[in-house]
Design a protein around this ligand. Sequence first.
Ligand code: NAD
Length: 461
Amino acid sequence: MNGGSAAAGKCSDVLILGGGSGGYACALRAAQLGLSVTLVEADKLGGTCLHRGCIPTKALLRAAEVADTTRNARSFGVSATYDGIDLAAVYAYRETVVKRLYQGLRGLLTRDSITVVTGTGQLTNELTVTVDGLRYAGNSVVLATGSRPRVPAGIALGSRIVTSDQALDLDAVPQSAIVLGGGVIGIEFASLWASFGADVTIVEALPRILAAEDPWSSKQVTKALRARGITVRTDARVAAATEDGEGVRVTFADGEIRTADVLLVAVGRAPRIDGLSEVGIGIENGCVATDERLRTTTAGVYAVGDLVAGPQLAHRGFQHGMFVADEIAGNAPVPIPDDLIPRVVYSHPEVASVGLTENAARDRYSNATVLVYDLAGNGKSQILRTGGGVKVVRAGDSGPVVGVHLVGDRVGESIGEAQLSVAWEALPEEIAAFVHAHPSQNEALGEAMLALAGRPLHTHR
Ligand code: NAD
């Protein structure tokens, strides 16, 4: 329950455990608000997002897009020969991106005079963290230790049975891969490896992939991935998996056996809550229990990001971190509900959404009006040669926009407009009054709003 014989370090206004998206955003905002800040980080500042998640994977997906573009160059009238993937060079490109952002982040923390302690911290009592025998105290403590990949019982990781952590550093592109889990990580890696030339099978236990998304989005993306040659198996479970020098051997629950070069385990991420319940922090379903102001069950201790039940997204972590800094500073910030946090899956095609699914809107408002606009009618999408569509959900038959769902290459870039529409509770009639740039993919949103407002231009009523 306490730090024992640990020597006393310093006491700060805000003591943060974990320097990922949630922790460092909290540190920066707290320092900007004039509070003294100590940030404890076991590994590298920037955490999963910068070093093992968002940034490196999106760099790989950009390389995948270049590979696809090169392969298809002739269909645009451009002579180019696709010669395969030089993985070392792809990793070098990825590292230039990560390194530059990492350098920038360290610079920001230095600029704001934040004390960074490198080492594994352990909460030892309510407001004290011990790192390598030194005790640090805070008037407030923020838990921001993030999450780690879950591995189902009965599956042992190895050099070929990997999580996203190891999948980022494979020394060769797999010729074949089985992806266990059709969630965000599974779909992004499946898309990446298929673009790099691998034969990919996705195995999902539920009836559809990306099960948190609107069923329309799941259906669209399943169709598009299958058209790319990716096998999508739903309602399928893996009973066992083993590896040897040659590859992996995966046994399905129905007895079928499949082999591949690599098995990616992408069945979710578990919050890092080690040692917290021992010092009295309330835990619920494996997450740190918090109220809507991100207060844990212990006074003065907050939790942010993946530790808190809800979508495990870096930008939610940033938002939580800033919120808690403002809360500690007494600024009474407004909590952002999870359904107003935008979601983007960076596969080919992309899937993006904000707000409620059609079913959730029907539950909440007893009725909903839905409009689907096909990207076949969108000039920019035709230029890009992407299929997909836009689905807009309005509350009742005359209420505001409460959900937007997008599928298609690059549609993630349109999520900003969708987010403003939902968060501002805009009426389709109000958005329809704005002129959308032509040709742009945003125009598809404009067309959907025009149609919902009863004034479709390029579609029939
Ligand atoms: P997830 O929860 O998104 O998906 C896991 C999937 O695995 C689920 O569909 C689940 O039904 C399936 N599953 C679980 N056990 C299974 C089993 N035994 N057999 C077959 N299927 C099984 O988790 P994830 O994809 O691992 O991602 C973890 C977190 O990281 C998510 O919260 C995600 O939002 C976040 N993330 C976000 C992004 C992004 O925003 N672009 C990218 C990567 C990760």
